[in-house]
Write a protein that binds this ligand. Structure first.
Ligand SMILES: *[C@@H]1O[C@H](CO)[C@@H](O)[C@H](O)[C@H]1NC(C)=O
Ligand SMILES: *[C@@H]1O[C@H](CO)[C@@H](O)[C@H](O)[C@H]1NC(C)=O
Length: 300
């Protein structure tokens, strides 16, 4: 290669490199785009659930452009929270607004899907987790403990999705975005788990079941629905599943080297639909998820 060609090539590469900062979306390959838009399904859920739970209003009031005309969530409302928990959940809600914006700055994405955030939708998950109907039905909006338990249900699933997606991404722009999202999602999971850990031996009123038991049952349900082995752990585990097989307390979930578990989009859909089948919508997503990946299963 002559030095002139080298120089031209280099100049062109520098041009490409610089323009990624101007219009990064242009350089995200299609497979990355599909993997980056997929988590919008969960981020919409989290944004609406945290915003409504803490403040009684959601994206349509706080950042309507991000909802992009999608239908309002069913049954979302303000939870009966202490000032401390309300403060934390409000922060989470605004963080999710940022996450939605960050993803939509880089990929076109899709409007908010229909979400069923009703007390009944959560009650159904709890009944499935215990393999029997709780009486009275579990109400996520009733108090701090119930709301924190309900927060254990979905955000962790999003976290495993980011861990699963990262190695499949080709562009550094995509990986940087996912690392940034994963960092804060893991932080939220750690906060939720610590708050629950402090209450692990408390009974959830009026049931004679502890907070710790709830987390174990929810984790077991997610593994069962996901159908791909152990990727979920409650706040207390058999010692062989604890860090270095040395301890039963399990404030954070992790594999035998204490690395975060990863899940594929199929596994995630099976869990959030509550059906164990990525082709059968339901649960929190009555009409299914949106985006190329989720829709590819719905069409079959
Ligand atoms: C929301 O979920 C509950 C519990 O599964 C269900 O009874 C209700 O019909 C759902 N609402 C819609 C509109 O799908
Ligand atoms: C709200 O939560 C508090 C404390 O957990 C509880 O004492 C109170 O009964 C709850 N109020 C309602 C309306 O459920």
């Amino acid at each position: 290669m002559t030095s002139t060609t080298t120089m031209i090539t280099t100049t062109f590469l520098i041009f490409l490199f610089n323009s990624t900062t101007v219009n990064s979306a242009f350089f995200i390959p299609k497979t990355d785009v599909n993997l980056l838009e997929f988590p919008l399904n969960l981020e919409y859920f989290e944004a609406e659930y945290f915003l409504f739970g803490s403040m009684g209003k959601g994206l349509d009031t706080i950042e309507p452009s991000l909802a992009a005309g999608g239908p309002p969530p069913i049954g979302a409302k303000q939870a009966n929270l202490s000032l401390h928990i309300k403060d934390i959940i409000t922060q989470f809600g605004y963080q999710e607004v940022g996450h939605l914006r960050a993803i939509k700055k880089r990929v076109r994405g899709f409007p908010r899907p229909l979400l069923n955030l009703s007390a009944e939708a959560f009650g159904t998950v709890m009944n499935a987790a215990f393999g029997m109907p709780l009486s009275p039905p579990f109400d996520p909006y009733a108090n701090d403990i119930n709301y924190l338990i309900s927060c254990y249900v979905i955000p962790y699933v999003g976290l495993t999705g980011y861990v699963g997606a990262n190695p499949k991404l080709h562009s550094p722009v995509s990986r940087k975005l996912v690392a940034g999202l994963l960092g804060v999602e893991s932080g939220q999971d750690a906060v939720i788990r610590s708050l629950l850990y402090e209450r692990a031996n408390k009974k959830v009123v009026p049931y004679k079941i502890t907070v710790g038991k709830f987390t174990q049952k929810i984790s077991q349900l997610r593994d069962k629905l996901g159908k791909d082995g152990l990727k979920d752990e409650g706040l207390k585990v058999p010692i062989k599943l604890g860090a270095e097989k040395k301890i039963q307390g399990n404030v954070l979930a992790g594999d035998e080297d204490s690395l975060a578990y990863g899940r594929t989009p199929q596994e995630i859909l099976r869990i959030v639909y509550g059906t164990g089948d990525e082709k059968a919508p339901g649960g929190f997503y009555p009409k299914g998820g949106d985006g190329v990946i989720a829709k590819s299963y719905l069409r079959r």
